[in-house]
Design a protein around this ligand. Structure first.
Ligand code: GLU
Length: 613
């Protein structure tokens, strides 16, 4: 079936294809040497060619990965070079103060493997850490939990980079960090997104001395078109390269991180309360990434590999696809496909809330959640003509036989406090290896706390725990536990070979963005460019489905007729009217690579290939 996809209005993308160059300020290297812009700023949504490809949200990061690929590095090397560069140019979304999940297809073995580099709760974090000891009442989510030491988890990103390079890479850490050190030293051109994100964070950035100094130079957000340098981060990276993980997880920097989390260095006169946290030197020195088996399901002839818990990405995307597969969609209209997508998403989110947490600490019935028999039972809840009343109830993972059970009672609302920061990147090399990596510091701007003299922000990832403690909740706060994530780096194989790799930021909408792109591509027959640009809806088992205005315009009336209700994106946790900022690469036919990034969302991304067609 082929349908004419609806693209976001602004996704008539040609205006962005040409890219733009921002004049560097007088006296910069470019001007004095007369060289063409040494700082890449061109936004290129799609690149087609061979020999390796990369897609990120940022031209500098994609250029760094491309350079590594051109010099003979592989996808793992290039992914770390890009991630480190994103730590410079997208410091509010990702960096060494945070964590993430890395999925890798190894062409030599034909296997997909993953690294769980999630931040972890300190071993001394009490289960009532989100209760204010002064009042006995829960802290407000904003500002207390968000801008605080109490939500800072032990960072996993430096250890992830180290593990990825050791396991699959050919470069040393020092070599992989070199492009990022260069960008941090010579500076990058401030774009609208960086400028606006700084403004959005101004009040909390002003609350910390080191943050104010770095990100509000002269008391204000850096202007669009100016050059932003971060020599302290360059030095931190250089030290990490030279001395390895002990430069981060032990010694002076570890001591400093512990100190600022426990005694936040706030500015005089700030009104923000900034609760202190629990991070210890032992948490840092004992932090370990996990080599994790990926989730795997098959969907209409494709094998879909995702991130297992502690992320809920792989289990929720996988379960929703399994539920959708119970319906033959080949002859259906786009509305019927989208109806099935909205219902399957809600059912999978109900199970996510009931069953998914850190598997080292709670039992997660992952095998059941991903089984076809369980999906068959869950699919019984879908009426082809009518939307179910949300929230729907979770299934019974302890007793199922694939036969339709009696209709379930209504479910309960799962409070969603995940934020919309984070970044994602996709890399492929000439040998056929593929890296899909989502990394974050949680909130845009993380905890707001820059580590003094080191140029990076600490995460506030522990806000991803449920904020209200409940014994029955798999995502309740527990010491030494990883908060449940939604990050969904995904690799799709066809006959054992890469077909598609994709991922996105967006808090819990990461799951629906990845799911919807797969449905767009496989069920709706869109090209990958169309699949990424198409307007999004995020069925997360809420009373109303959050959707982009373009989605509501295009499909609202027919889906509302079936009983679905929509609210435009832009609620308390999604300040923009856009959902996600995806990247993807499609493979084939032959050796052809199609790298795509967002044409419009978050200002557009940057896709590059080694040998353009
Ligand atoms: N903290 C979120 C998660 O782990 C990601 C936040 C975001 O995408 O903005 O799923």
């Amino acid at each position: 079936m082929r349908v004419t996809p609806v693209l976001t209005s602004a996704a008539a993308t040609s205006a962005l294809v040409a890219g733009f160059l921002v004049a560097a300020p007088p006296g910069s290297a470019e001007e004095s040497t007369g060289e063409p812009a040494a700082r890449p700023t061109a936004k290129i949504p799609t690149a087609v060619g061979k020999g390796g490809a990369v897609s990120t949200v940022d031209p500098e990061a994609s250029a760094a990965a491309l350079r590594v690929l051109k010099k003979g590095g592989n996808a793992a090397d290039a992914a770390i070079a890009a991630a480190a560069t994103l730590g410079v140019t997208e410091p509010y979304s990702a960096g060494i103060g945070g964590g993430g999940y890395f999925v890798y297809y190894n062409a030599a073995t034909g296997k997909v493997a993953t690294v769980d580099g999630r931040e972890t709760a300190p071993r001394n974090m009490p289960t009532d850490a989100f209760i204010d000891p002064a009042t006995g009442k829960p802290y407000n989510f904003t500002p207390e939990l968000v801008t605080s030491g109490v939500s800072v988890g032990t960072p996993g990103t430096p250890a992830t980079w180290h593990r990825v390079l050791k396991r699959w890479g050919t470069l040393t850490m020092a070599q992989a960090l070199k492009p990022a050190i260069k960008v941090a030293t010579r500076g990058f051109v401030v774009d609208e997104t960086f400028h606006q994100q700084t403004l959005d964070n101004q009040e909390r950035f002003e609350a910390y001395r080191a943050t104010r100094k770095l990100f509000l130079p002269g008391g204000d957000a850096p202007e669009v078109g100016t050059i932003f340098r971060n020599p302290e981060l360059a030095a931190t990276y250089a030290d990490l390269g030279e001395r390895g993980l002990r430069a981060f997880y032990r010694g002076k920097l570890a001591k400093l991180m512990v100190d600022v989390v426990r005694n936040p260095r706030t500015t005089q006169g700030t009104d923000l309360p900034v609760p202190s946290g629990y991070l210890s030197r032992k948490d840092l020195s004992t932090y370990k990434v996990r080599n994790q088996s990926p989730t795997k399901i098959s969907y209409r002839g494709y094998d879909i590999y995702g991130m297992a818990p502690s992320s809920s990405g792989g289990s929720t995307v996988g379960e929703a696809l399994n539920i959708m597969e119970r319906t033959d969609l080949s002859a259906k209209t786009p509305e019927q496909v989208l109806h099935t997508y909205l219902e399957a998403g809600a059912l999978a989110f109900a199970d996510r809330a009931k069953y998914v947490g850190d598997p080292r600490v709670v039992d997660v019935p992952l095998r059941t959640l991903l089984s076809d028999k369980y999906a068959a039972e869950r699919a019984c809840n879908i009426d082809p003509d009518k939307a179910s009343v949300k929230p729907v109830a979770a299934g019974d993972a302890s007793a199922y036989d694939g036969v339709c059970p009696a209709p379930a009672a209504r479910g309960t609302v799962d409070t969603d406090t995940e934020n919309i920061s984070t970044t994602n990147l996709t890399v492929a090399d000439t040998w056929g290896n593929v890296a899909e990596y989502t990394l974050t510091i949680e909130q845009t701007g993380g905890s707001g706390m820059v580590v003094p003299r080191h140029g990076f922000l600490l995460n506030n990832e522990l806000t991803d725990f449920s904020t209200v403690y409940n014994e029955a909740d798999p995502n309740r706060i527990q010491p030494g536990k990883r908060p449940r994530s939604s990050m969904s780096p995904t690799i799709v194989l066809e006959n054992g070979k890469p077909f598609l790799a994709l991922g996105s930021p967006g808090g819990s909408t990461i799951i629906t963005t990845v799911l919807q792109m797969i449905v767009n591509r496989i069920d709706l027959g869109m090209t990958i460019e169309q699949a990424i640009a198409a307007p999004r809806a995020a069925p997360r088992n809420t009373a109303n489905v959050t959707a982009e205005p373009e989605f509501i315009t295009a499909y609202g009336p027919v889906l509302t007729d079936r009983g679905h209700t929509f609210v435009p994106a832009g609620d308390a946790f999604t300040s923009a009217s856009q959902i996600g900022a995806a990247t993807a690469i499609e493979f084939g036919p032959g050796r052809k690579l199609t790298a795509v990034s967002e044409p419009v969302r978050r200002g557009g991304g940057s896709a590059r290939v080694v040998s353009p067609r």
